[in-house]
Ligand binder design. Structure first.
Ligand SMILES: *Cc1c(COP(=O)(O)O)cnc(C)c1O
Length: 508
C-alpha cells in the first residue's frame, strides 16, 4: 500500500464515514484534478460526478481562478476582518448584493394580485443589502439564526423566538444548524444538545401520502395527483403557533430541492405558496442556498436543449434570454430576509460562506457602544482574502456567455441521458433540478418498496461506479449526480452510463 494511503488509514478520521468499513480497503487518494477529472496517486482518473461534495462549479485547476488566487497571493493571504476591511471582500460583498437583487430585473417576476407597484415597494423592505462573511455552510446558517433570533427580540416580535423548518431539512453539523435540521440519522444522537425547533411536512412527491397517482415511469412531481395538502400543513402549523402566542420568528428552508434529505425536489409553485404564508404570519424567510446557489438549479427543463439538436419547442422570447437565475429563490420569485451561501461561493476552491441580510435587520444591531447591540459573532478567517479572490473569479466566470451556454447544454444532456434509467426496474424515481440529479433505487418500483438497509444498495452502486471511473456518494439509496459546469457532453454521458451499468451489475 502506498505510504500516503497508510498515513491516511493510520491518522485521518473521515467525515460521515463508518471508519470500520473505511479501514477494510485501500482508500482512493486524490493528488490532482483538472476540469471534471480527478487523478489519484496511482495515476487512475475519475470523473468528479458530485463536484467534490457539491462544491465545485467550473472544474478543478481552472486557469482563471488559479490566476486570481496567484494575484491575491502576491498581495496578502489573510488579514483579520475584526477591525479591518480588505480589498477582495469589499468587492465581493458588493457583487453578492447585486447578484441577490438581480431578481428586480430578472425574467422571473411574479405578478401579485395587488399589482406590480405595491409588490415592488413591499419587496424593497426585503432587499438584501448587507453581507456577513464566515467559513462554511453551517456557519452561514448559525449567523442567520443568531441574527434572526436577536432581530425578533429587539423588534419586539417575540421574547422567545421560535423557528419552523422542513422535515428532512439539513442545514449543517454545528449545533445551531443541527437544531434546525430534521434528519434523525444525523441529529438524534445530539438531541440533548439542541434547542427546540418545529418541523413541518415538505414535499416528497414520490413518497407523499397525499399523492394519489400510481407509480409511473416519470418524475413523480410531473405526474402527481394531489390538492397541495402539503401547503395546507404549513398553513396549519403557522396558524397553530400564532394561537399559542407570538407566531414563528423565522421559517428556514432549502429552496427548490432538499439536498441531504435525498435530492428531493419541490413541485413548481410550492415554495412561492409557503413563503407567502410565512410572510403573512410575520416570519422572517431564511433561505439556505448553500447547495442551490450560483446557478446549480439551472432553468426549467423545457427551457434548454441539447447543443446541435434542433428539437427545442419554440417559446416566445426564449432566444433572446440568456440568463440563469443565480439563486433557487429567484426561480420562484421569493425574496428571503436572510440568504445563506457557501459550497459554490468560491467555485469549490476554498471554505468561505456568506449570510446576506436586509437593512432592517442590520439596523436592529445599531446603537451606542455601551448599549452592546453589537452582533457578537465572528470567525478567525472571516472575509479571508484568498477565498474572496476565488469567489470574485467564480462570479466573473458564472456570468460569461460561454458558461451560461454550457450549463444549459449540460442540463439538457443530463435530462436526455437520464431517460434511459427508467428502463431499469431498481430505479424508482429520477429527479433533476438544473444540474442536480437524484436517482432513487428501490427493490420494487411498482410498490415503491425500499431496499433493506443492510443491503447497502446505494453504497454498492457507487462502488461499482468508482470501478468504472466515476466518483459520487449516495444518500441512502439515492445516487447523486451533480457534475461541475465544465463537464463535457462525453463526460456527462459517461457518468450516466456508469450509473446505468452499476445498477445492472449490482442490483439485477
Ligand atoms: C452542505 C450544506 C450545508 C452545510 O454546509 P457545510 O459547508 O458542510 O457546513 C448547509 N445547508 C445545505 C443545504 C447544505 O447542502
Amino acid at each position: 500500500m502506498h505510504r500516503l494511503s497508510q498515513l491516511d488509514r493510520q491518522f485521518v478520521w473521515h467525515p460521515f464515514t463508518q471508519m470500520r468499513d473505511w479501514l477494510r480497503q485501500e482508500p482512493i487518494v486524490i493528488v490532482e484534478g483538472r476540469g471534471a477529472v480527478l487523478r489519484d496517486l496511482k495515476g487512475r482518473e475519475y470523473l468528479d460526478a458530485n463536484s467534490s461534495i457539491w462544491t465545485n462549479l467550473h472544474g478543478h485547476n481552472h486557469p482563471k481562478i488559479n490566476a486570481a488566487l496567484r494575484r491575491q497571493l502576491k498581495k496578502i493571504a489573510h488579514s483579520s476582518a475584526l477591525g479591518l476591511g480588505n480589498e477582495p471582500a469589499s468587492l465581493l460583498a458588493g457583487k453578492l448584493v447585486d447578484l441577490a437583487n438581480s431578481i428586480y430585473d430578472s425574467r422571473f417576476p411574479i405578478d401579485a394580485p395587488t399589482g406590480r407597484t405595491a409588490r415592488k415597494s413591499k419587496i424593497a423592505n426585503h432587499k438584501l443589502s448587507k453581507v456577513f462573511f464566515s467559513d462554511d455552510g453551517s456557519t452561514a446558517i448559525e449567523v442567520a439564526l443568531k441574527m434572526a433570533y436577536e432581530f425578533a427580540r429587539r423588534a419586539g416580535r417575540s421574547s422567545k423566538p421560535r423557528f419552523l423548518s422542513l422535515a428532512g431539512g439539513y442545514h449543517g453539523d454545528t449545533i445551531g444548524a443541527v437544531a434546525l435540521g430534521h434528519i434523525d440519522l444525523f441529529h438524534k444522537n445530539y438531541s440533548g444538545l439542541l434547542f427546540k425547533t418545529d418541523e413541518v411536512m415538505s414535499p416528497y412527491c414520490y413518497r407523499c401520502p397525499f399523492n394519489r397517482a400510481r407509480p409511473d415511469r416519470a418524475d413523480a412531481r410531473t405526474c402527481r395527483k394531489c390538492r397541495w395538502e402539503c401547503v395546507d400543513q404549513v398553513e396549519r402549523k403557522f396558524a397553530a403557533q400564532r394561537k399559542r402566542g407570538d407566531g414563528y420568528s423565522g421559517f428556514v428552508f432549502e429552496p427548490l430541492i432538499q439536498g441531504a434529505a435525498g435530492m428531493i425536489p419541490q413541485p413548481p409553485g410550492w415554495l412561492r405558496q409557503v413563503t407567502g404564508l410565512a410572510r403573512s404570519h410575520g416570519a422572517l424567510l431564511i433561505a439556505d442556498e448553500v447547495l442551490t446557489g450560483f446557478g446549480r438549479t439551472g432553468v426549467p427543463n423545457s427551457e434548454c436543449r441539447v447543443p446541435g439538436s434542433g428539437s427545442r419547442v419554440p417559446q416566445p422570447g426564449l432566444e433572446t434570454r440568456n440568463t440563469i437565475p443565480a439563486f433557487a429563490c429567484q426561480q420562484e420569485g421569493v425574496h428571503p430576509d436572510l440568504l445563506c451561501l457557501a459550497k459554490g461561493l468560491t467555485g469549490g476552491y476554498l471554505p468561505m460562506a456568506a449570510t446576506l441580510t436586509t437593512q432592517q435587520i442590520f439596523d436592529a444591531f445599531l446603537g451606542d457602544y455601551e448599549e452592546f447591540k453589537t452582533f457578537f459573532h465572528g470567525h478567525s478567517y472571516t472575509a479571508n482574502q484568498l477565498g474572496a479572490a476565488a469567489a470574485l473569479a467564480n462570479l466573473e466566470l458564472l456570468r460569461s456567455a460561454d458558461c451560461l451556454r454550457t450549463r444549459r447544454g449540460l442540463q439538457a444532456i443530463l435530462h436526455r441521458e437520464l431517460q434511459s434509467l427508467w428502463r431499469l426496474s431498481p430505479v424508482g424515481d429520477v429527479r433533476q433540478v438544473g444540474l442536480i440529479v437524484g436517482v432513487e433505487l428501490v427493490r420494487n418500483w411498482r410498490a415503491r418498496q425500499p431496499f433493506d438497509l443492510r443491503e447497502r444498495a446505494g453504497i454498492r452502486v457507487c462502488g461499482a461506479m468508482a470501478r468504472r471511473g466515476v466518483l459520487t456518494r449516495p444518500i441512502g439509496d439515492v445516487i447523486v449526480l451533480m457534475p461541475p459546469y465544465c463537464t463535457t457532453q462525453r463526460q456527462a454521458e459517461t457518468m450516466v452510463a456508469a450509473l446505468r451499468e452499476a445498477i445492472r451489475e449490482v442490483l439485477s
